[in-house]
Design a protein around this ligand. Structure first.
Ligand code: SAM
Length: 278
């Protein structure tokens, strides 16, 4: 479970500002798998409200959707009742470090924007990440694909125009964010082969809502990014005051455009793809 975001509350508004960004990368990777796409079993680890599963559920044989939070999982289940009845998707309320799935039983695992919620840090050597990656290795069939969608510490610094307003929260989330080299090293040690990284520069986690600069003033908009849970009350009050003033002066849009420049070359998200040896 996330150690900081209240996903019971967030589940009600999450889809207002989020979508299945990068799903075409997941499809492309799976299409290179051992079995044809329509015969593959896919795990959605930390499925949330099921945004990714909903796009993929009729493309694959079955999805095993796993989330620890009943609120998020309930939203996912509500979206895909017909598919659940047809056996195309199964829902599991479970932690992803101990999956209710047999060894070597799935063709692919995707994990979208979940790693930074694991209770872990560099100082302790990221043991939770190791557990989770080991668990993925256990359930994947030989030749199976692992697709990790995460923000790198650098992307947290450069990829989000409004983060400069909340520097303490960036630091806090960076401390929870494993870097790409460490991911690659862990995967290699576990036995994954041929991993690669891909940065889709046009992927924006909050979609169009990201460019609604005055969204910051809306609690539902802020719920679309868990970083806001790490902002102290006093800081939030000051940020809201500042944004309101900038908006009144007609300067908010320019601030957004100026601070959005680095995202165009850093991107917000990296997809790490690895394969279990045949
Ligand atoms: C930012 S949301 C991402 C949801 C979805 N993957 C998406 O991209 O739309 C993070 C999700 O991870 C889930 N989560 C966090 N830690 C978890 C864990 N240890 N085991 C299972 N689910 C977890 C949360 O409950 C939440 O639904």
């Amino acid at each position: 479970m996330s150690t900081y975001e209240n996903y019971h509350k967030t589940s009600q508004v999450y889809d207002k500002t989020r979508s299945a960004g990068g799903v075409e990368i997941i499809l492309r990777v799976m299409e290179q798998g051992i079995l044809p796409l329509s015969e593959q079993v896919l795990v959605d680890a930390g499925c949330g409200t099921g945004l990714y599963s909903a796009v993929l559920v009729n493309e694959v044989r079955r999805i095993e959707a796993v989330d620890l939070n009943a609120g998020m999982l309930g939203m996912a289940q509500g979206k895909m009742q017909a598919e659940e009845q047809k056996g195309r998707i199964r829902f599991h309320q479970s932690a992803i470090n101990s999956l209710p799935l047999p060894d070597k039983s799935v063709d692919a695992v995707m994990i979208n924007q979940v790693l930074h919620h694991l209770p872990d840090d560099a100082e302790s050597g990221w043991p939770e990440h190791k557990k989770v990656f080991n668990e993925f290795f256990r359930i994947l069939k030989p030749g199976g694909r692992l697709i990790i969608n995460s923000c790198s510490p650098e992307q947290l610094e450069l990829g989000f125009w409004f983060y400069h307003l909340i520097p303490d929260a960036i630091k806090a989330v960076q401390e929870k964010t494993i870097n790409l080299e460490e991911i690659a090293e862990q995967l290699h040690k576990i036995g994954f082969v041929s991993h690669s990284h891909e940065v889709p520069l046009d992927l924006i986690l909050q979609d169009e809502a990201y460019f609604h600069a005055d969204g910051i003033l809306d609690p539902d908009w802020r719920s679309g990014d868990s970083i806001w849970s790490l902002v102290e009350d006093e800081t939030l009050t000051n940020v809201l005051k500042k944004v309101t003033e900038l908006q009144k002066k007609g300067e908010l849009e320019n601030l957004m455009l100026e601070h959005d420049q680095p995202r165009k070359t850093s991107g917000q998200v990296t997809f790490t793809v690895a394969q279990k040896q045949l």
